[in-house]
Every structure is written in C-alpha cells, then in structure tokens.
Design a protein around this ligand. Sequence first.
Ligand SMILES: *[C@@H]1O[C@H](CO)[C@@H](O)[C@H](O)[C@H]1NC(C)=O
Ligand SMILES: *[C@@H]1O[C@H](CO)[C@@H](O)[C@H](O)[C@H]1NC(C)=O
Ligand SMILES: *[C@@H]1O[C@H](CO)[C@@H](O)[C@H](O)[C@H]1NC(C)=O
Length: 383
Amino acid sequence: MGSVARAGDSTAARVPNVLAKILLLVARVVVVIVLNVTQHAPAVAAWRPWPHLYLNTTSATVGGLGFGARATDSDLDLGASKKFEGSSEFVQLRYHMGPVLTANITVHPIWYGRQWSRAQKRIIRSFLRSISPSSSGVPPRRPSVAAWWRTVRLYTDQTGANISAAVALGAEKSDRRLSRGASLSRLDIQGVIRDAVTAKTRPLPVNARGGLYLVLTSPDVAVEDFCGQVCGFHYFTFPSIVGYALPYAWAGNSAGRCPEVCAYPFAVPSYVPGARAERAPNGDVGVDGMVSVVAHELAEMASNPLVNAWYAGADPCFPTEIADLCEGIYGTGGGGAYTGQLLLDRRTGAAYNANGVGGRRFLVQWIWNPILNYCSGPNALDQ
Ligand SMILES: *[C@@H]1O[C@H](CO)[C@@H](O)[C@H](O)[C@H]1NC(C)=O
Ligand SMILES: *[C@@H]1O[C@H](CO)[C@@H](O)[C@H](O)[C@H]1NC(C)=O
Ligand SMILES: *[C@@H]1O[C@H](CO)[C@@H](O)[C@H](O)[C@H]1NC(C)=O
C-alpha cells in the first residue's frame, strides 16, 4: 500500500516548497531559479532564467520568497526577445506511448463534505463549462478559458490524435454525510468514487472512454498530505477498488487550512514582509484557489490519464507533468514568487487571466507548450 500511495504522489499539484524557491545568482547578469518543488522531484526540475524577477539574496532569505520584486533594466541584460516562462534546455518532456484523452471528455464532480454551498459549486461548474462553451451562448471574451485549453490540446497520442476540444460537465454526486469520514487517505478517495458509481440512487455513469472523476472536498475534510505536500492530485482508479481503471483527481478547498499554500496568490504567507494577496475573481479565496488546482489536474489527466503518456523525468513513479512544469505561472514573465502579468477586474480589483461563461473570470496556471517549449496561457502578451 505504501508504494501505491507513493506512486500517487507523482501526479500531484505539489505544494510549493518555499526553501526550494531560493534564488541563485549564477552570473552577474543571469538570475536562475530552481523550482524543484519536492524532495521527490526528478532531475528535470525546470530551471528558469527570469529577468523580471529581481533577485536580492538578502531579502530572499526571508522565507525565500521575493514577492513583487521586479527586475530593473540595469539588473539584467538579457535580450528582450528571449522567453522566460520556462526553458527548453532543461525540460525533457517525453511521450511514453500511452493514451491521451482524444474522445469527448465528461467531468463528473463529486462534492465531498458538509460545507459546499450552492454559490461555491456554481463557481466550479462555470469553470468546467467554460473549457468548451456551447456554441449557442455568448462566447466569452478573450483571453478565455477555452483558449487556455488550447495549450492542452497540443498533446497527441501515437496515432497523432489531439486531446479533445469537447469537455462537458457531466452528472454529479454529493456526499454530505462524509461516508468515508472527515479525514481521507489517498486510497479513500478511490472509495469515494466507488461509492459514487455504485450508489443505489442515481449512480454516476462509468465512462471509461472520456470520463473524469473529480473529488472535491470542502474545508471540513482533511486529506492525506493536503497542505504539507499537495493541493491536489490525479491518478486512475484500481479495478480492485472501483471495478474499472478510471482517471480521477482530487482537489481540496484549503480555506482555513492553508490558503497561502493552495490558494496562492489569493492568500500569501504572513511571515513574508510586504507580501500582498490578490483579490479572488469570484470573491471566494478557497474556491477561486481550487479552480487553478482543478485546471492543473484536468490538464494532466487529459495528457497523462493512465500515467504512461506525457511526462518528463526518468522515473515513472515521480513524473513531472505538463502542469507541474508551470506551477505558479499565470502570466507573461511569471516564475518563482512572481505570478506574471495578470489582468485586473476594474470593478472589483480582482486578479484574473481567463474569461469564462456567464461573465465569470478565473485565474488559472499556465501549461507547458510542447511546440514553443515554454509555458503558455491565454493572456500571454507575446505569443
Ligand atoms: C537587498 O535588500 C537589502 C535588505 O532589504 C537592502 O539593504 C539592500 O540594499 C538590497 N540590495 C540591493 C542590491 O538592492
Ligand atoms: C462530442 O462533442 C461534440 C461537441 O460537443 C458533439 O458535437 C459530438 O456529437 C460529440 N461526439 C460524441 C461521440 O459524443
Ligand atoms: C494537435 O497537435 C499538434 C502537435 O502538437 C499541433 O501541431 C496541432 O496544432 C494540434 N491541433 C489542434 C487542433 O490543437
């Protein structure tokens, strides 16, 4: 069981390790950041030369985060045409011959916990519906969530088929009674899915072709390694537990637990002087933070559903996947402790980078672009 649980670690939205973000001054003009986020992280950690982030090693030692620090022109002399949201030289993303989700995708949320409000569910549903908005409605403004998904669609399988553009919100299930308890192990998450697909009333459909099962826990639920190591993870269910191998993910509402870790940048660590939290676009720090974790896991489930398709690193137990490579990057120039350039909602002052259906706005992390060989997103200023 230990090794099973360990294998699950590999495919997680990992907790950013503050110490690992310590910036290294390699040469007078080149600042390099190591974003080697966990002790398990493989050797392919994304090294990124960012000119936008001014490194002051003195202040950086305070928690290792240089919030809001920017480079000035004189600090760094790198050419303006160079890309900084990732670096191709150190990232060897490879295709390992397994399937990707080329059939229409249907996402099945499972709301686990007592504290899910209708308003909170609406935020997450709107995000899921925004990935492929119906052609009949008013198309969301640019930059859009649908455009964010376009980077994910660049991944193909052996036959050359791309990841599907069609992502629908499917049947949902609620577990308010905490049938597996208020503290879940990684394997308990599979139990929650088993309960949902075998329920006596309105069981979730078993869809092995394009079904994704998303266990979403409210703040009253503790999950193994939540906050300490991960904010979410994905894997596939075991036939011995659920009856089928179905790609699934978990993401938790970190409000009251560790929003400064899992709902960053809507909350920031209090020990970092001068750190300023961004305002959440839907007014809910925990759920707005979850949206980016959900996005991260969806991108990885689509490109690596059985953990044998797209990832970097030599060890398949600890792969670095297409969203891992861009964790914490939400805009041009992003990296380290800098989110990159975000859009600002003039009315509310909230930070966002993608428009969705119904006028909603979201902040979602960027995804590794296999053609450009750096991270990209819908709000890129120069792509
Ligand atoms: C770095 O930060 C320290 C402490 O905030 C400050 O005294 C020093 O002048 C800074 N160095 C540079 C080069 O900005
Ligand atoms: C896939 O989704 C598209 C767009 O939503 C739809 O037109 C098509 O009929 C679906 N195909 C299948 C096989 O369900
Ligand atoms: C499919 O993937 C290939 C290879 O990355 C890419 O060139 C192409 O633009 C993709 N097609 C779509 C529709 O995204």
